[in-house]
Write a protein that binds this ligand. Structure first.
Ligand code: GUN
Length: 284
């Protein structure tokens, strides 16, 4: 039976340690880190995420400012708000919640965020630095995956890693981070042929597809590490991952549960990136 990687507990410990660091920054420099979260429109899932991010900030002693704009907000108005936040010395991190309404160009919006405040790591500069192996801000979810792997002492160098899903938010940056740690990485996606064969040779599997139970338990190599990034809501309201959890657990060495695996790490990493942003801005 696989050992469960308890992301909830690991994230709770990280957040307690982070609160300590925030307190030290306040005492020694008189500065409270500030995070601005921008939400456009009424997407219910995004609203929940934004609310949870605000709550987590408060608990960590980080000042959180939320800007909720209507669905029909013009690009001009959104870019104006981002410019104001870029210039606001009390704001150290800026996060634009995705997805944006269709009439807004995501790339234009993400490029408007100051690279020094880009706590999501989505600005092309930060994407480029990660690609060059010189990361500054790393996207929160894949950073959380790497911290989980390190927390349970999994060796990454020389391992065969299969990442399923090529999104800019998770799959691509996760593949780059594993590569930067000297794993041999295969990035699979919806057009990949014979996914089962690729997964069956992997030492580390990262599943980020967004389809419940898409990765079959009997694909998993004995002793492999399985990281399930999926958060899928079943018709009965329960959350489930992208991996057949019970069947995969019978074969894997380590596995993350859903909920309670990768999910809690994303917010913990956002708080860390915000503290890092404040420290970098102050350090200059
Ligand atoms: N939507 C889904 N995941 C994320 C994330 O990590 N950051 C932002 N800004 N939006 C998201």
């Amino acid at each position: 039976m696989a050992e469960i990687i308890d992301g909830k507990t690991i994230a709770t410990e990280l957040r307690a340690a982070l609160k300590n660091e925030v307190d030290i920054l306040k005492e020694t420099r008189g500065v409270t880190p500030g995070l601005a979260v921008v939400l456009v429109g009424d997407d219910p899932a995004s609203k929940v995420y934004v609310k949870n991010k605000g709550k987590a900030c408060e608990e960590a002693g980080i000042r959180s400012v939320q800007h909720c704009l209507p669905e029909n907000t013009s690009e001009e108005r959104l870019l104006g708000l981002i410019r104001d936040l870029n210039d606001d010395s009390e704001i150290h991190g800026i996060l634009v919640q995705l997805p944006l309404p269709k009439h807004l160009d995501q790339n234009t919006v993400l490029e408007a965020v100051s690279i020094e405040k880009d706590v999501d790591g989505f600005h092309p500069y930060n994407v480029g630095m990660l690609t060059l192996g010189k990361p500054v801000f790393e996207p929160c979810t894949p950073r959380g995956i790497m911290v989980l792997l390190d927390s349970v002492g999994i060796e990454i160098e020389g391992k065969d890693a299969v990442v399923i899903g090529r999104s800019n938010i998770v799959g691509k940056p996760a593949a780059l981070m594993l590569l930067n740690r000297n794993a041999t990485v295969t990035l699979c996606h919806s057009k990949t042929k014979d996914l089962a064969a690729r997964v069956s040779t992997a030492d580390i599997v990262v599943a980020s597809i967004g389809r419940p139970g898409f990765v079959k338990g009997d694909w998993i190599k004995k002793g492999a590490v399985v990281i399930d990034v999926g958060i899928n809501r079943l018709p009965d309201g329960r959350l489930t991952g992208d991996v057949e959890f019970l069947k995969a657990s019978a074969r894997a060495g380590y596995i993350t549960p859903v909920p309670g695996g990768v999910g809690p790490m994303t917010i913990a990493m956002l708080l860390e990136n915000t503290l890092d942003a404040a420290e970098r801005i102050l350090g200059k």
